[in-house]
Design a protein around this ligand. Structure first.
Ligand SMILES: [Zn+2]
Length: 358
C-alpha cells in the first residue's frame, strides 16, 4: 500500500514529493515565479527562524505565510527542533532543554530569554498559516549517549502529546485544520526508535518524520531509517527529514518515505555544485546515474553545451555551461539563481520518475 497524494489546505502534493527549504520564507535566490517554472510543488519554512525575524505576528497580520511569500502551493513549517539542536551544538550557552520545552538564553531578535513550549511551537505554526505542521522535538547529534537519547525520546513524546492537545483546541476554535506531523527520535538505537514511533503512533498524527541524522559518515542511510518506516502501517505519510541526496531519496522512498526536504541541492547550487545526468536519459536510481560538476572549473569556459542536455528546465533550455561558468566567476547573482533552478529541476524530475515507478 503506497500513498500517492497528500491533500492540504492549499493544494494536493503528488507523492513522493521533494519540498525545498525556504527557511526564512524564501528558497534562496528564487522568486515564487521561479519555483512555479521549475515545478516545485511545495516548500518548508522554519517557524523558529521566522519567529525571530520578522516575527510570527507580523506574518500573521499580513495574511499568513502564503500571502507573505506570494506562494500558492502547500507550505510545511518546521518547529525548529533541529535548529535548536544545531545552534546548541555550535554554542552550548545558546539555551537549555527541559521537560517544559526549550529556553533560549539569547535570540537574534534580541527579546532576551524565551521559553519555547510545545504548545507555543504549534500555535506559532498555526498563526503562520502553514499547511503541514511539525511538533516540537528534541533532536540529538550522532555522538549522543544512551541517557541523552532516552531523554530526547521522553521529551519528544511528551511534547508531541502537548502539541497535539494545543492543536486540537486551536482547530476547534478556528475551524481550520492543517496536517500535523510528529518526529521520531532515538538516534542510532533501533529499540528506542521503535518505542518512540509506537508511542507517537498511539497519540495519533497525520504523518511522522524521521528526526536526527538520516545518513552516516559516508553518506549512506542509517539502519534506523528503515526501522522507523517499519514501525508504522503501510500508507502512513512518512517524511524523511534531511534526506536529500538523490540515492538516499530513492532508497528511503523504497522503504516507504514519501516526503523529503534538504538544503543539500540548493546550498550546493549556490556554490556551483550542479547535478547532471551522465549523458544518458535514464531515471536516476543510484549515485552512478548522475555526476556533480563544479561549474567554476576552467574546463567549462568555452563549453557551448547545456548543463544537462536532458534537463527540461528553464536553466538548460536557454543557457550554456560557458555562460553559467562566467556568471559564477564574476559573482553575478543570476549564476546561483540558475544553478538553484537547475538542481531543483533535477529533483522535480527525480520525484516524477519515482512516482512513475521507473
Ligand atoms: Zn537544467
Amino acid at each position: 500500500v503506497t500513498i500517492r497524494k497528500l491533500n492540504t489546505g492549499n493544494g494536493t502534493l503528488d507523492l513522493p514529493a521533494f519540498l525545498p527549504d525556504a527557511t526564512r520564507g524564501a528558497v534562496r535566490t528564487l522568486g515564487t515565479g521561479d519555483l512555479d517554472d521549475v515545478g516545485v510543488q511545495g516548500v518548508v519554512v522554519n517557524a523558529f527562524h521566522l519567529g525571530e525575524r520578522p516575527g510570527i505576528s507580523v506574518i500573521s497580520r499580513l495574511g499568513g505565510i502564503h500571502r507573505f511569500m506570494g506562494f500558492r502551493g502547500p507550505v510545511a513549517s518546521d518547529s525548529g527542533g533541529f535548529q535548536i539542536y544545531s545552534l546548541r551544538a555550535a554554542d552550548p550557552k545558546f539555551g537549555t532543554v527541559s521537560p517544559k520545552g526549550f529556553r533560549t538564553h539569547r535570540t537574534g531578535g534580541g527579546d532576551g530569554r524565551k521559553l519555547l513550549t510545545p504548545e507555543k511551537a504549534i500555535r506559532r505554526q498555526l498563526a503562520l498559516g502553514a499547511d503541514m505542521l511539525v511538533c516540537l522535538d528534541h533532536c540529538t547529534g550522532p555522538g549522543a549517549g544512551k541517557e541523552e537519547l532516552r531523554d530526547a525520546v521522553e521529551h519528544t513524546v511528551a511534547w508531541a502529546a502537548a502539541g497535539k492537545r494545543a492543536f486540537e483546541e486551536e482547530c476547534e476554535r478556528t475551524g481550520r485544520r492543517p496536517l500535523l506531523f510528529a518526529v521520531v527520535q532515538g538516534g542510532g538505537d533501533p529499540d528506542l526508535r521503535r518505542e518512540c514511533a509506537g508511542r507517537l503512533g498511539e497519540i495519533g498524527f497525520d504523518g511522522y518524520g524521521f528526526g536526527g541524522w538520516p545518513v552516516d559518515g559516508e553518506g549512506r542511510l542509517v539502519e534506523t531509517v528503515g526501522v522507523v518506516a517499519e514501525s508504522f502501517p503501510p500508507g502512513t505519510p512518512l517524511w524523511g527529514m534531511g534526506v536529500g541526496r538523490p540515492e538516499g531519496i530513492v532508497e528511503a522512498c523504497g522503504r516507504g518515505y514519501m516526503l523529503f526536504d534538504c538544503v543539500w541541492p540548493t546550498r550546493g547550487a549556490r556554490r556551483g555544485r550542479l547535478l547532471v545526468r551522465g549523458g544518458r536519459d535514464v531515471p536516476v536510481k543510484s549515485r552512478e546515474d548522475y555526476r556533480i560538476i563544479q561549474i567554476r572549473d576552467e574546463r567549462h569556459v568555452r563549453s557551448e553545451e547545456p548543463l544537462d542536455e536532458f534537463c527540461s528546465g528553464p536553466c538548460c533550455r536557454e543557457h550554456s555551461r560557458a555562460y553559467l561558468h562566467h556568471l559564477f566567476r564574476v559573482g553575478e547573482s543570476l549564476g546561483p539563481r540558475l544553478g538553484t533552478m537547475h538542481n531543483l529541476r533535477f529533483y522535480v524530475e527525480l520525484m516524477k520518475s519515482l512516482r512513475d515507478g521507473a
